[in-house]
Write a protein that binds this ligand. Structure first.
Ligand SMILES: *Cc1c(COP(=O)(O)O)cnc(C)c1O
Length: 230
């Protein structure tokens, strides 16, 4: 496992995907998802030039944050319990998992500055998936108006775990279409310029479909739990 080599090869893949659809490669930012790895491995990612780090649990996030400080740009990407908000709110730069009003309300209450948030969308409609149904997203975002500390910078989704590229691609297309709809209503607190989509196994497709943040764990920093077991 060499994080630097992985990062270089991921960057080459990103460049290729951008060329294929005529996108500027600077539009795509890589979030290293460090939830399965140690602080040392996360540090390797920073040394390799990764700027954005993502964690999906408050305890894991705080551990990494204590060790690595606020120099990386920190993304909270997992489902977030309202009672945990106060632990992380002044340490995160982005929250990718706004999926209910009660959570937005708690963030608004605890934040001391505007927080960059993504609305998490269940674009595939799978029952097991977190997120707002595509048909409810516009109404949901309209309801956030009174929460002065919430800024909706974009939409986030997770594609189904499948080999069927068409299903994955459709899921990303759904998110992009929704983004256009959000932009059309021109709410000052919801510029919605970003799309957080694409993981280790589908980031190439996500970039072809407009991703601006890809969240990559296993393919970039590995999975130390799986490495020990195998
Ligand atoms: C774990 C996780 C990722 C990264 O998954 P990999 O398949 O290891 O790249 C991305 N997004 C979210 C929300 C995650 O929980």
């Amino acid at each position: 496992m060499n994080v630097k080599d992985n990062f270089e090869s991921i960057q080459a893949t990103i460049l290729q995907a951008c060329k294929k659809v005529n996108r500027n490669v600077d539009e795509v930012k890589v979030i290293a998802v460090t939830k399965y790895v140690s602080i040392d491995r996360a540090r390797e990612a920073i040394e390799a030039g990764v700027v954005h780090l993502g964690e999906n649990r408050d305890d894991g996030f705080l551990q990494k944050w204590e060790a690595l400080g606020d120099k990386p740009c920190w993304h909270f990407i997992g489902s977030l319990q309202s009672r945990k908000v106060k632990n992380i709110i002044d340490k995160v730069d982005y929250i990718h998992s706004i999926d209910r009003l009660s959570l937005a309300k708690e963030i608004d209450k605890r934040a001391t500055k505007p927080i960059k948030c993504f609305v998490q969308v269940n674009a595939s409609g799978e029952e097991s998936k977190q997120g707002i149904s595509p048909g409810d997203v516009i109404d949901f975002i309209k309801k956030l108006e009174s929460y002065k500390h919430i800024q909706i910078v974009g939409l986030m989704t997770m594609a189904p775990f499948t080999d069927d590229e068409k299903i994955i691609r459709n899921c990303f297309k759904t998110l992009r279409n929704l983004q256009s709809k959000v932009q059309e209503i021109k709410l000052p607190y919801a510029p919605c310029t970003e799309l957080s989509m694409g993981m280790s196994n589908d980031f190439e497709i996500a970039i072809e479909e407009g991703a601006t943040f890809v969240r990559i764990g296993t393919a970039l920093v590995g999975n130390e739990k799986a490495e020990v077991e195998s």
